[in-house]
Design a protein around this ligand. Structure first.
Ligand code: ATP
Length: 435
């Protein structure tokens, strides 16, 4: 399993999924950069989330709130006081650890000495900066550590402009920042990352039923996009794990090489957030139900997922090595919806006679699907490259194409090939990809 992890890190760099940030300066462990292939896959993860959470639903609307927010927001949300992790230093080797993530609270995993930790200190994870050019008069602001608060502070704006009524949701995808004590495991835990969060506002007496509903919906989303059933689980929090305002929380967990770990948390947050912001801001954050003449603060069900972490899970889950004609090959068996390129157009050789037709085929398919075009190296090596980045279908233009106006379409998983006339190619690809 640890080997699989190394393979993924390796493949990510080799094929342009993920690069270490500031690589040429020795690397910056807190953040990663998504390369030409990775940016496509990360977008697909976010787009699939958006599609299922916003596009296909009439009860959820989207939002894109700012990353910077003033202290008042974090005062009300409780982040200033309690968005902390317990930090310990090892007196022996100087290593810093997050106490609640240690396997053994007495032993330093860096130097293996026991009983060397300092008292735990609460370390606030928010990044603070200043707004304004003159330091003395500049105002403190914080980079958001979650996208959720931008949703709560816009509750009234959205309610009045969208004409929605509970049960309804507000969804948002975007960057969040946490000054994690121990970033690590590649893109699993970074200080800058992307979240996909939705706050679903419901009448208080419907909260339990909607909590169950969203737990099921979210598990289905991962399974539908291909995560193996035995690699995924829903883990309800024990009572002593729950935040004080949450009556129920479950984590969607994936079996990573280091064990089960969180992809998403689904929480029944009660009316905590809207009540806090109403009290601190003085705004009325309620819903008035004209049918029953009742005014109430909606309760909130929150499915909160990490886009970057989820992409890592999809990468790991789709990675396979099999044998083709007696040779090992690496293949990402990604669902076509997540695959960076859906189609690759490959002229068999770089001979001038083939290139115009290959460009013509690229121009035919690229308006419909994100497509790659590659005329370098031998065709076998180009197939391997496309397998490694998970391209479901390769379209090869060969010398017969000039005679019969047909191309060869090769399947990533079976490596079987079909001959298809260029006239029919678009319909054929749509049938194969399913979209
Ligand atoms: P953890 O216990 O792993 O620190 P959390 O329970 O604090 O995570 P939430 O506040 O519930 O996480 O955030 C929702 C989601 O955001 C997480 O399930 C995860 O997918 C993602 N996430 C949170 N922190 C990070 C991080 N440092 N790097 C990457 N993704 C993150």
């Amino acid at each position: 399993m640890a080997e699989l992890f190394d393979e993924i890190v390796n493949l990510s760099k080799r094929r342009g999924f993920v690069f270490q940030s500031a690589d040429i300066y020795g690397g910056f462990r807190s953040a990663y950069d998504y390369g030409p292939i990775g940016v496509l896959m990360l977008r697909n993860v976010k787009d699939q989330w958006w599609r299922s959470m916003v596009q296909l639903r009439s009860d959820v609307v989207g939002l894109d709130a700012s990353i910077l927010a003033p202290p008042a927001v974090w005062e009300a949300s409780g982040h200033l006081a309690s968005f902390t992790d317990p930090l310990v230093d090892c007196r022996e080797c100087g290593a810093r650890h997050r106490l609640d993530k240690l396997e053994d609270a007495e032993q330093c995993p860096t130097c293996n000495k026991r009983g060397t930790f300092t008292e735990a200190r609460d370390f606030n994870l928010m990044f603070k900066t200043q707004a304004g050019p003159v330091a003395e008069t500049a105002a403190d602001v914080y980079l958001r550590p979650e996208t959720a608060q931008g949703i709560f502070v816009n509750f009234a704006n959205v309610l009045t402009t969208s004409r929605k009524k509970p049960p309804f949701g507000i969804a948002q995808v975007g960057k969040s920042f946490r000054n994690e004590i121990t970033p690590g495991n590649f893109v699993f835990r970074t200080r800058e990352f992307e979240q996909m969060e939705m706050e679903y506002f419901v009448p208080p007496d419907q909260a339990d039923q909607w909590y169950e509903y969203w737990c099921n919906e979210r598990m289905d989303w991962y399974r539908d996009l291909g995560i193996a059933a035995d690699q995924l689980r829903l883990r309800p929090h024990a009572d002593d794990e729950l935040s004080h305002y949450s009556s129920a929380t479950s984590d969607v967990e994936y079996l990573f090489p280091w064990g089960w770990d969180e992809l998403e948390g689904i929480a029944n947050r009660g009316d905590f957030d809207l009540r806090q912001h109403a009290e601190h801001s003085g705004a009325k954050l309620e819903y008035f139900d004209q049918a029953t003449n009742e005014r109430y603060i909606p309760h909130v069900i929150e499915p909160a997922a990490g886009a970057t972490r989820t992409m890592l899970a999809f990468l790991m889950d789709s990675y396979a090595v099999d044998s083709v004609n007696g040779e090992d090959r690496t293949v990402l068996r990604l669902d076509p919806r997540l695959a960076p390129h859906k189609v690759a157009v490959l002229p068999l050789s770089r001979k001038d006679t083939l290139l115009p037709t290959a460009r013509e085929v690229f121009d035919l398919v690229s308006p419909h699907w994100m497509s790659d075009y590659d005329e370098t190296q031998a065709i076998g090596r180009r197939y391997r490259r496309q397998d490694e980045i998970g391209t479901p279908l390769c379209v090869t233009v060969d010398f017969d194409t000039l005679e019969d106006r047909a191309v060869t379409v090769r399947d990533r998983d079976t490596t079987e090939q079909d001959r298809v006339s260029i006239d029919r190619l678009e319909d054929y690809l749509r049938g194969r990809l399913g979209f």
